[in-house]
Design a protein around this ligand. Sequence first.
Ligand code: T5A
Length: 208
Amino acid sequence: MPGKIISFEGIEGTGKSTQIQKLKAFLNTKNIDSLTIREPGNTYIGEQIRHLLQHDPNVQNMYTETELLLFEASRAQLVRELILPTIYSNTWVICDRFFDSSTAYQGAARQLPETIIHQLNRFTVGICIPDLTVLLDIDVDIALQRLQERKAQKDRIERESTDFFKCVREKYLQLAKEESRFFTIDATLPLETITEKICTHVQKRFAL
Ligand code: T5A
């Protein structure tokens, strides 16, 4: 594909959004246009789904199957409406989360069958598999502490238990061991060091 896809994964508060902006600026210095997107969201349909999944106070008892299908629906729309046209216009896409989030959150932490999640992920993304996935790895207690300091009000998923996020983290680490597209970084390092490591890796990986 003409444009590359780079996804960022990790539990909440690992610094994904921060590093994505740094990577975008780095790519810019190499004359590479990039579009940053977040999941769920970014399309009209996706943002409505995001509201339902995270912030709507009327959502009291969302079933795990419903949750999975809503994340996948947002993703299906995003891929077709934004990601595919963007990469075919020779622009790179940097994703703040992508389908690995469903594998880790709905698969490992919510314990939905992995085979179903795998099939749904394939169905929603088609050929849009990231060329590189940056995993920002951090101890769960440190990440939740960062979240606590930053946010007065947590959303529906952020209110989950420490054990829930430990499951998510373990799954990410397992995926990173199994799949060569992953690049794992210690997210407790200073922000600038992380940026440098990511940019150096991207430069080497894509021969920029
Ligand atoms: N979800 C999503 C699923 O369950 N299934 C799915 O399929 C998908 C796609 C989305 C939620 O949906 C779930 C997962 C999530 O619960 P979101 O609102 O998009 O949630 O939130 P997150 O992706 O979790 O993003 P956050 O904004 O919470 O965290 P980030 O982007 O990782 O972190 P960032 O950059 O905002 O930084 C957090 C704080 O840490 C500081 C920053 O200054 C900031 O204050 N920081 C550092 N501090 C010290 N050292 C460093 N190296 C630092 N880097 C950043």
